[in-house]
Design a protein around this ligand. Structure first.
Ligand code: SF4
Length: 471
């Protein structure tokens, strides 16, 4: 069972095969793309050692649950998933962010609620998880089972994959407990990252999604020292990595999309690399707020940057660049005036893609001690007002694509009131968080590949059109 559950309850495809004599492990994967990459590492290792990834609790000899511990809803979902696995199977190993969290009594949050779990680890602990699996379900001796694809086992659809370039974070944003769970920034060697990227592209991946806690900080921890890529020295630095990934993606006719980019000055040079193919003109920049006092309380990195001017300069260089961001409404002490300031920023910045959370106090976060906590209704009301403003901006911005042709990566099909339509994503749309392009067309639908679509309509978040022909 390789099940990816999220707050929306989606399930990922499983590509496991069954071998009746091999020990079977069920796998439940919750949380963000970084947790998903941890799941992929563990599933890859399990498969490499000859374990079978099972399709049901009943069919599993043991279940691993990879948890999320970021906000209260995620904690509740993770604890429910562990309870379900215990009830249905009984032998459960827990890993992930929730595993690193303690209750107010100092005891581990998972074992306090579910004392019968076999073992608990924190995030980024594939080796530790494997040691627990070996102890409770000894590894089989089958040399043939070591044959797994070089790109590892992926829980995403075959045509896109997350590429994690670092772990941990050097910042200490007051609403976040990730650094206390995952530690300071540790950048992966650039040679390893590029080898993984190449193996993924060679295995048929058409879109690489670069993730980390702070992509712009890649290499800071190792002082940008040089590593080796195909025998050439290359600095462990965001600009160099993006240049290398862009060339590699172009050679394979694929896309590279950058997430979690903080607007440090050197990001302007990265934007210059986006005009030439390979690296998409897409920047996921988590601003979180716009008012200087709230940004200071949040202790946000790069909060002193003149963000409106930066966005305008990026758009002057690349008119179709997509700028995505996330925000928090109702942070402790946020006044109505400061929230209005945020709305004004949004109206002026006219961002393309935006997500907004009502502030949610996370156990252990420094922001919980700030004065002026707002009632739930005000936080939620501000989130809704924020999203209403953005919906109008998004609808206006999407209209400019009507009548144009766009390259679209086909994700699959969807049933609508008008019948079955194809669904894909343009350069503007990251999977699961942005909009989609729905389209109709004649002939074979190349799922997992690119087509050209003529855009005929738009709404608040999505586009619609007609397939021209495979591109
Ligand atoms: S940049 Fe801030 S929000 Fe992001 S992981 Fe680091 S501390 Fe958390």
């Amino acid at each position: 069972m390789t099940t990816k559950r999220s707050s929306s309850g989606s399930k990922a495809v499983s590509r496991s095969s069954r071998q009746s004599s091999s020990p079977k492990v069920g796998f439940v994967s919750l949380g963000c793309p970084k947790a998903l990459v941890d799941s992929e590492l563990i599933v890859t290792q399990l498969r490499a050692e000859g374990y079978v990834i099972s399709q049901s609790y009943q069919d599993s000899d043991l279940v691993v649950v990879n948890t999320c511990g970021f906000i209260d809803d995620a904690v509740a979902e993770s604890l429910d998933a562990i309870g379900e696995a215990l009830a249905e199977n009984g032998k459960v190993i827990v890993t992930g962010c929730l595993g690193a969290r303690n209750d107010s009594d100092g005891g581990n949050m998972v074992t306090n609620v579910h004392p019968k779990v076999l073992a608990v680890t924190g995030p980024h602990a594939a080796q530790e998880v494997m040691e627990h699996v070996h102890r409770h379900l000894p590894r089989p001796h089958d040399p043939f089972s070591d044959l797994v694809p070089e790109a590892g086992i992926k829980l995403t659809p075959r045509h896109y994959a997350y590429l994690k370039i670092s772990e941990g974070c050097n910042h200490r944003c007051s609403f976040c407990i990730i650094p206390s769970m995952r530690g300071d920034l540790v950048s992966r060697p650039i040679g390893d990252v590029m080898r993984e990227a190449k193996a993924l592209l060679q295995s048929g991946v058409r879109e690489l999604l670069v993730i980390s806690q702070d992509t712009s900080a890649y290499g800071v921890d190792v002082r940008y020292r040089s590593g080796f890529v195909e025998g050439r020295p290359v600095r462990t630095k965001m600009l160099d990595l993006v240049r290398e990934l862009g060339k590699l993606a172009q050679d394979h006719g694929a896309w590279v999309r950058l997430h979690y980019v903080y607007p440090y000055p050197h990001v302007d040079e990265v934007v210059e690399l986006m005009g030439g193919g390979g690296v998409l003109p897409y920047l996921d920049v988590p601003f979180q707020h716009a008012h200087p006092r709230i940004l200071k309380l949040m202790k946000r990195p790069a909060s002193g940057e003149r963000n409106i001017e930066r966005i305008q300069a990026w758009r002057a260089a690349l008119p179709d660049i997509t700028v995505r961001s996330t925000f928090i409404a109702g942070f402790p002490g946020e006044t109505e005036k400061e929230f209005e300031y945020l709305l004004d920023f949004l109206r002026e910045a006219r961002l393309d893609r935006v997500g907004c959370f009502a502030y949610s106090p996370v156990d252990g976060a420094a922001a919980n001690d700030l004065p002026g906590a707002l009632p739930d209704e005000i936080r939620e009301e501000r989130r809704e007002r924020f999203m209403a403003v953005q919906a109008q901006i998004s609808a206006e911005r999407l209209q400019r694509f009507v009548g144009r042709n766009m390259q679209v990566l086909v994700d699959g099909v969807e049933e609508t009131d008008a019948g079955i339509v194809a669904v894909g994503r343009s350069a503007m749309d990251a999977p699961e968080i942005d909009g989609v392009v729905r389209f109709v067309g004649e002939g074979r639908l190349p799922i997992g590949d690119f087509v050209q679509v003529r855009i005929t309509g738009s709404d608040e978040h999505d586009l619609e059109g007609e397939m021209i022909d495979p591109s």
